[in-house]
Design a protein around this ligand. Sequence first.
Ligand SMILES: *Cc1c(COP(=O)(O)O)cnc(C)c1O
Length: 424
Amino acid sequence: MNTERSRALFAHAQEIIPGGVNSPVRACRNVHADPLFIAEAKGAHLTTVDGDHFIDFLGSWGPMLVGHAHPEVTEAIQQAALRGTSYGAPSEAEVLLAEEVCAALPSVEMVRMVNSGTEATMSALRLARGVTGRTKMIKFIGGYHGHGDAFLASAGSGVATFSIPGTPGVPASTVADTLLAPYNDLEAVKKLFEANPGQIAALFVEPVAGNMGLMLPQPGFLEGLRELCTKNGTILVFDEVITGFRLSYAGAQGRFGIMPDLTTFGKIIGGGLPVGAYGGRADLMKHVAPQGEVYQAGTLSGNPLAMAAGLATLNILKRSDYAALEARVSAFVAELEQILKAKGVPVQIPHIASLFTIYFTEAPLRDFASVQTSDVALFESFFKQMRAQGIFMAPSAFEANMLSFAHSEEDFAKALEAARNVKF
Ligand SMILES: *Cc1c(COP(=O)(O)O)cnc(C)c1O
């Protein structure tokens, strides 16, 4: 692996961009590595500025479910660009994408486009507070809902792996209304409701958590949250920024058969361009301005290029075989686990759909505290040896790998061969 040009760019970047990156985890500090600068991506493959090729297991942290530079998505973006890049007035593509999202998820009757997952969750929280007249919210320890102030209390990998308790810059008064419970702990949630009667506007949950590494909901957990929220008049928000259109075309809620009140989207819905969205019950969404009184706006919201990329992506996904991809990922993960176990290290690889995380621990996995028993030194060694062999994995022990429909049997075979060569 040649990293000369990446290293030169990174050195220069660090002088003019904080940490040399525009989003912290990209810096690869958790694994004590330097980031590789990417020049090109196609299908399941990345090419660095130094001309090295990698099989991409990161998928841009989620958006690339159909693979990089899919010809249909690229064509849609090109055609849209020829018609102008922003109007500040409505366009047809916004209606088409909204229609597509509402048709895909039964719980979503109306939807508002924004520019990122962060914006989607911030807006959903404001709406929940505006509608209920309450201020408190519940989130789960290790759950990540973007970098909005109210959500930055115990907020998953990006914050967790740096061991910053929340972050400077967020007033204590802001997170005072953020109540925390361990993931998969219904009893703790019940106690929060009992201690704060009539005060909790919203409960935010990743229906499958992807930001403490992959964490599956235990049977009954999501159903229990649904019940508690209904009983307490609290708005249940599924943060499907990762799981939307990935766990199934109808998201995690479609897969598990649970109707949240509001849902937040991002990543896949923009086909690799900056998009987020929040939507849900019409009687709630009708409170969003200008139909209602809860203000939320955006100069580039519903951007024609982003809508075109999102629409093209959803059109491909609609005819894609999710079950076949899951079966391939399942088989791959099972073999990977065998290979690592044979090397005598403690390992577990939870997986669902096209997501998986390798945890170097034998502790039962149920919440953020339990995943933190994972041996980060083993992870770092594994990550570096895989990267040296051309496999580009999520650069943290507490992140999920995000595979795509573009990954071939040959890609999986190469990754397994690389894993066989790893020495601990
Ligand atoms: C990535 C993510 C966000 C934030 O989305 P951005 O587009 O990065 O702002 C919110 N929630 C979840 C579950 C995410 O994975």
